[in-house]
Design a protein around this ligand. Structure first.
Ligand code: 5GP
Length: 117
């Protein structure tokens, strides 16, 4: 089993060692813009807890944390008026998913036609 890397970039954003403009924050989650956006809207949503990837999160987090996380994504969809135009959610996981930062994050991409996967 892989251990959580306490020094990963997103851990440093959570513990405020690295300054980033927070777009939205809830009790258990935060959202901020991706540093290298791949679409006009490219937001990263992360839980504040130490979870490496999706399965780690779902297996270990409380129901409150999981609900909070997905509702924060839903709030971002609403404030950006994406219900009608659409959007893409991506969570890369592990080696074959080419996950770069080992702290769970969902990419919320929108603002143009994103093409086929
Ligand atoms: P992954 O490939 O792990 O799914 O995505 C990691 C994402 O984190 C990439 O889209 C990358 O641009 C973004 N990223 C990497 N370092 C930073 C950073 O220091 N700040 C922000 N805001 N995003 C970052």
């Amino acid at each position: 089993m892989i251990n959580y890397d306490e020094n990963n970039i997103f851990a440093n954003i959570i513990n405020k060692k690295l300054s980033t403009e927070i777009i939205m924050e809830s009790e258990h989650s935060i959202a901020f813009n991706d540093i290298a956006p791949q679409a006009p809207i490219h937001i990263l949503v992360i839980p504040k807890g130490k979870y490496i990837k999706y399965d780690d999160f779902l297996n270990k987090a409380s129901k409150d944390e999981v609900y909070d996380f997905f509702m924060l994504i839903n709030s971002l969809v609403k404030i950006n008026n994406l219900e009608n135009t659409g959007y893409r959610l991506i969570a890369n996981a592990g080696k074959n998913g080419n996950q770069e930062v080992p702290h769970l994050h969902f990419h919320l991409l929108a603002g143009q036609n994103l093409g086929k996967m």
